[in-house]
Design a binder for this molecule. Structure first.
Ligand code: URA
Ligand code: URA
Length: 262
């Protein structure tokens, strides 16, 4: 087992213990099972689950089907706390960090990407890898700082090898995004890539069909553009992205002059 796999597994155990208490009979202090002291097995459980897994006698526990947490909450911090132990998808058990989102909780503009990648999972923050750096520059191109908008993703956990989100994962995670948006109530939502756009708009239309217009969405105006990772691979889409973010900037300026007259 590689160091990464081992630490992933260890995290998974810690989360399981947080959630299910002693059910696994795997005391926290015994988790350091690489070179750590041999654990004293609980009566009737010999040896410890971690040991049995290490020895290949048993596979790691699969995430239990969890009930949807109660999202009747009034702040983003409460929501983040409420979902921080979520294991409703298998990828939850393999994450390093749940990537909740960051930025201004009273933002007028919320950006919604697809799912955390490697660096986001490592740091627990959205859009901090290469695509994220490009996103920061795209925002700067329309005079927006990351700190004045709010940035999050459709999925809060990193899919294995950055594969596309699975329908179950989208279904499990969408209520969290919807609650974030309900708490922030932004004037504008910018969807980055087709996954968040198709999901929020409940549409199968292609990104080409969805971009370049304004979609009403629960009191917000939703605009769709290419995902910055797509721009890294296909720079030819930059032109359209530039048009999309200019549209956002123009509408935002109108919004500001209507709502914050100088
Ligand atoms: N891609 C995304 O969709 N979200 C991130 O946070 C990073 C990369
Ligand atoms: N950085 C950019 O600004 N554009 C690219 O296409 C790639 C990296």
């Amino acid at each position: 087992m590689s160091g990464d796999e081992e630490s992933d597994l260890r995290r998974f155990f810690e989360q399981q213990i947080e959630l299910y208490g002693d059910e696994l009979a795997l005391p926290k202090e015994k988790l350091n099972w690489r070179g750590g002291e041999a654990a004293t097995p609980a009566p009737g459980r010999s040896p410890y689950l971690g040991e049995r897994i290490r020895e290949g006698l048993e596979s790691p526990p699969r995430p239990e089907p969890q009930a949807m947490p109660d999202l009747n909450l009034s702040t983003l911090e409460e929501l983040q706390g409420r979902i921080s132990g979520c294991l409703r998808c298998a990828i939850g058990g393999r994450r390093r960090n749940l990537v909740f989102g960051e930025g201004n909780p009273a933002a007028d503009i919320v950006l919604v990407g697809e799912a955390p990648g490697f660096h986001e999972d490592q740091q627990g923050l959205p859009f901090v890898g290469e695509a994220g750096q490009l996103l920061t520059r795209i925002l700067a191109s329309i005079q927006l700082k990351r700190s004045e908008v709010y940035i999050c993703n459709l999925l809060k956990c990193r899919p294995d090898n950055n594969r596309d989100p699975l329908p179950d994962e989208v279904a499990n995670c969408l209520p969290y995004l919807e609650k974030q948006l309900a708490l922030i109530q932004p004037a504008f939502i910018l969807c980055l890539g087709r996954f968040s756009a198709q999901t929020l708009l409940q549409s199968q239309a292609s990104l080409t069909q969805l971009r370049g217009k304004v979609h009403p969405w629960r009191g917000s105006r939703l605009i769709v553009t290419y995902h910055p990772a797509a721009l890294l691979r296909f720079p030819k889409f930059k032109h359209e992205t530039w048009q999309d973010v200019q549209l956002l900037r123009r509408l935002y300026d109108e919004f500001l002059s209507e709502n914050c007259p100088r």
